[in-house]
Structure formats: C-alpha cells, structure tokens
Design a protein around this ligand. Structure first.
Ligand code: 0GZ
Length: 313
C-alpha cells in the first residue's frame, strides 16, 4: 500500500447539500444477538489519506474506519462488511485499510476493473475481501460493459467470492438475463430499491420476489429504509417505529427467504437528501422486519457468517 503522493493530498469540497452522518446516535432499544454483523457499511477516505476518485459522482464528508468501528461497538455489532463506496471508484485502498485494521472483525466487497491482476485479487482476498460490487444506478457510476463484468465475475468466482449488485426496481427486467448468468452467489443491495409507494403485492415487487424465488443463488440486503421510505416517520427524535411504509416490503423478503437475507446500517449513508437517520433508531427497525428471535439470528448472524466467515462455522 503506497503512501499518497503530495499531489494526491488535497482538500475536497463536499457536494452541495451533503448531509454528514449523525453524531451521537442513541442506544438502540433492540438488543442485537451476540455476534451480529453490520453487513453493509462504508468508509469515506479520509480524503487527505485516501483521495476520492476523479471519476466520482459525489464528494462526501470523511467517515473513517475508527468512526465506523466506534459505531459498531456503540450499537452492539460484533463485525462489519465494508462495501466499496462509489466515491472511491476502483481504488480500494480505504476499504482495504479498514479491513486490515479491524482485527479480523471486518470483511469487504471491492470494486475492480478488468485490468485487475490475479496477484491484486489474491492480496485483496488475504485482506478479507469476499465479493465485488457491480453498480447499475446511473446517478452513481458510469456504464461498464456487461462482457467486462462477466469476465470479472468469472475470475472472482475462482476465489469463492460473490457479486453484489445495486440497481433500481424499474431496471430489473432489462438486467434479468445478465444477473441470472452470473456464476456466483449474487447479493442485491437494498432489495433492488422498490418503489414503496406501489403495493407490496403489485407486479413490480412481485418480479423481485420471483427473481429471488427462481434463483436460489440470489440473496438480498433488507437495508436502507431511510432511503426507500416516502412517508417516514424518520429515525429521529426517539422514533422507534421509523419508516413504516418500508416494513411490509422488507418483512416479506425476510419471511419468504430467511436464509438469504442480510442487514446493514449503510453508515455513513451516502447521498441522503432529506435527513440523516440516528443509527441507534435505525437498529430499532430490525425487529419490525424480523419479528422472531430465529429470524433475527439468521438475518444478523447465521447468514452473514455463512457468506463472509464460513471458515468459522
Ligand atoms: O443510494 C446511494 O446513493 C448509495 C451510494 C453508495 C455508494 O456510493 O457506494 O452505496 C450505497 O449503498 C447507496
């Protein structure tokens, strides 16, 4: 890992309107099961140490590994899965640095280009990377040709890694054939971003459920209610029943596919425009979508352990 050159040490100006992560989150009322994994979170820089990528679509506030791990301990999580944020492009140094300094308590998901070497993949594996992320959300990334992604998927499959996909619900029909051609476990970010203004038993969300039903290698993160909610209430000011309009969607996925769901805070919550949730209250969303101890154990412990720390089982 090279130290940044003087040219790389620069000041970054946050995207106008950027909301910083919530300082001083409350203590969740819900007690997480022992060994719970925050299976979707990010680090941002710090930019002076790990510069943001030139091709980024937003410039965030800094959110360091120390701050992430302090949140982990405060909320009661035991481990993290650090997902490469798009503001770092395919420069995985900040994420890898977080894994290396986690004492084995973090695994990671990288973004790589076709030019990545097998030696680089091996080094990432040794640091704790277990997946790559393919992003189809147009406001976040430029288009990558599908043949390039398929080539990457074939190469990372040999390391036993999986593919994380991020897309919007309206794009699922067009992406279906590509997704079902992937040779690995496939993990969908944030339930494929359903429009929760539409019925939970309507055709759009039914298509997502069919995608999971027809493809036993597909998992879903039932995360980001703060991003998907249209009517709140927001996880702020002591609200422990936040984002009620997202609950039926997430609960449906948890109950139908209890062995293929993951949950994460999504800290430090990139690109929220309306409000920044109190992460303690966000944890209190979990028992609404996974109402039994058995479902909670699968969602928060058994499933992420199977995917990210299988050697410990
Ligand atoms: O919806 C988003 O803006 C978003 C962005 C990123 C990222 O920039 O990596 O990751 C997420 O999980 C969600």
């Amino acid at each position: 890992m090279n130290a940044p050159t003087p040219k790389e040490i620069m000041e970054f100006t946050k995207t106008p309107g950027w909301l910083d992560w919530y300082a001083g989150p409350s203590q969740p009322a819900f007690t997480l099961p022992a060994g719970a994994v925050d299976a979707h979170c990010h680090v941002f820089g710090p930019g002076a140490e790990f510069p943001y990528a030139p091709e980024r679509k937003y410039t965030p506030c800094d959110a360091s590994k120390q701050q992430l791990y302090a949140l982990r301990d405060h909320l009661g999580f035991a481990r993290n899965v650090v997902v490469q944020a798009t503001c770092h492009g395919a420069d995985n140094r900040a994420m890898l640095d977080a894994l290396i300094h986690s004492g084995g308590k973090a695994r990671g998901v990288a973004t790589v280009r076709r030019s990545v070497s097998d030696e680089e993949l091996q080094a990432m594996h040794d640091a704790g990377v277990r997946g790559v992320r393919f992003n189809f959300v147009k406001r976040l990334v430029d288009f990558t040709p599908k043949d390039e992604l398929l080539e990457i998927a074939g190469r990372i499959a040999r390391f036993g890694w999986h593919v994380v996909i991020y897309f919007e619900a309206v794009d699922l029909p067009e992406l279906w054939d590509f997704f079902t051609a992937l040779p690995t476990t496939v993990v969908v970010d944030h339930m494929g971003r359903p429009d929760v203004g539409k019925p939970v038993d309507g055709p759009e969300f039914e298509l997502f459920l069919k995608f999971m039903r027809d493809n036993p290698n597909v998992w879903s993160k039932v995360s980001c209610p703060e991003r998907l909610s249209l009517s709140g209430p927001k996880a702020l000011a002591g609200e422990r029943n936040a984002y009620a309009d997202v609950v039926p969607f997430a609960r449906r996925v948890v109950e139908e596919f209890p062995d293929r769901v993951l949950w994460g805070t999504d800290w430090p919550h990139p690109n929220l425009k309306d409000h920044m949730p109190d992460d303690g209250l966000l944890v209190d969303f979990i028992p609404h979508i996974a109402p039994t101890a058995e479902l909670q154990q699968k969602l928060l412990v058994a499933n992420p352990m199977r995917l990210y720390w299988p050697e410990e089982l």
